[in-house]
Ligand binder design. Structure first.
Ligand code: SF4
Length: 368
């Protein structure tokens, strides 16, 4: 982190993370003091390994730490072997009910199985799945969803509520513990942000395993991002959450971008250029909105954490530049001021400013 970064630690900016047990999802540590990982899910046919791998590559390039793929049939678990071999990130196999798919996925090299042991069926089947996970070094995720709670819990509680979701999660967790299996994380997702936050908050008190957090079926890009920012933002701010998935009805790459932006906003993780920009107004010395959109695109390849301020005029420009690695503040007569490390550095014509700023940011990232 640079000394001028907005994320500079202050007591009122510090989030105390809940102390969870640490597990492994392939080579990614989840829980404990491991960085909060960002994950997404492919929406291609898993049986089409080429299309699935292309999407995984795009997710990897956006910074995904973990990727989940659905395994609804035997063609998918067959393709999973190739997918796992050619992916650089650990792959989670999403299984519902079919214990054989879970065993096949473990054998194919999945790093983690998303499965609810209480839904697998007979105790023998559960034992077989847990054994396959143990044999192949797989962890598991218990995924409780408000929309698919067990019938008995719906009868007991009448509707999806935090108590029912926690009870369901603990029911599945106890099955794994009874089989002496402890490499698991849990999610208790709902599409309602209040229910999501209340369920995770109660679960965080009830168990020490790492938590995979998300607002499920959050919706399209804008609304889904806002719901996720409220739900996940509340949880993360309270120190809850070891790995996140933003669920959007949009390109999965957007889920990774939003996930990082969320973590960046809370100073929990840093990746790439954090652009600080004003909304612009009649005082702007250049077209702020167009410039920021172009810079965002041209600087997407930078992975090192750094900050850049692009401010329309001197009202807020110098103040914002003070805390960023590189800054540009609009001025009069078609030129503005470049700031480096918070200090005014040199004048720059608006005409060549984008190329120049890209060069400065790239050079600064090289040095980090
Ligand atoms: S910094 Fe200047 S240009 Fe930007 S919104 Fe404020 S007054 Fe307007």
């Amino acid at each position: 982190m640079s000394a001028t970064d907005h994320t500079h630690v202050r007591p009122w900016r510090h989030i105390e993370r809940r102390k969870s047990r640490q597990i492994r999802v392939g080579n990614v540590l989840v829980g404990g003091d491991a960085p909060i990982s960002v994950q997404s899910m492919t929406n291609t046919l898993t049986s089409d390994s080429e299309a699935t791998l292309a999407q995984i590559r795009a997710l990897e390039a956006a910074g995904a730490d973990i990727v989940r793929v659905s395994c609804p049939d035997v063609d998918s678990t067959r393709a999973l072997k190739t997918i796992v071999q050619q992916s650089n990130v650990p792959i989670v196999a999403d299984i519902h009910f079919h214990y054989k798919r879970a065993i096949e996925a473990a054998e194919a090299g999945a790093a983690c199985l998303r499965i609810n042991p209480g839904n697998i069926g007979s105790p023998d089947r559960v034992r077989e799945v847990v054994q396959a996970a143990k044999d192949h070094g797989c962890s598991m995720r218990i995924g409780v969803n408000a929309g698919s709670l067990e019938k008995d819990l719906m009868e007991k509680y009448g509707e999806p509520c935090p108590e029912a979701m926690v009870e369901s999660a603990l029911f599945h967790a106890n099955i794994l513990r009874d089989h002496d299996f402890h490499e698991f994380k849990i999610s208790v997702k709902a599409s309602d942000v209040f229910l999501t936050v209340a369920a995770y908050t109660a679960l965080a008190d009830a168990i020490d395993c790492p938590l995979h957090i998300g607002v499920t079926e959050a919706g399209p890009l804008r609304v889904g991002t806002i719901k996720s920012a409220i739900g996940l933002g509340n949880l993360l701010w309270a120190g809850i959450g070891d790995t996140i998935r933003v669920s959007l009805a949009a390109d999965p790459v957007e889920e990774i971008k939003v996930g990082y932006d969320l973590l960046k906003s809370l100073g929990l993780r840093h990746r790439g250029v954090n652009i600080i920009a004003c909304p612009s107004c009649a005082r702007q010395g250049f077209n702020v909105i167009e410039t920021v959109a172009t810079l965002e695109e041209r600087l997407a390849h930078i992975t090192k954490p750094m900050s850049l301020s692009i401010i329309g005029c001197v009202v807020n420009g110098p103040g914002e530049a003070l805390y960023t690695d590189v800054g540009f503040t609009g001025g009069g007569a078609g030129a503005g001021m470049i700031y480096m490390g918070g200090k005014p550095h040199h004048k720059q014509d608006n005409a060549g400013m984008i190329d120049h700023i890209v060069e400065l940011v790239e050079a600064h990232a090289e040095k980090l």
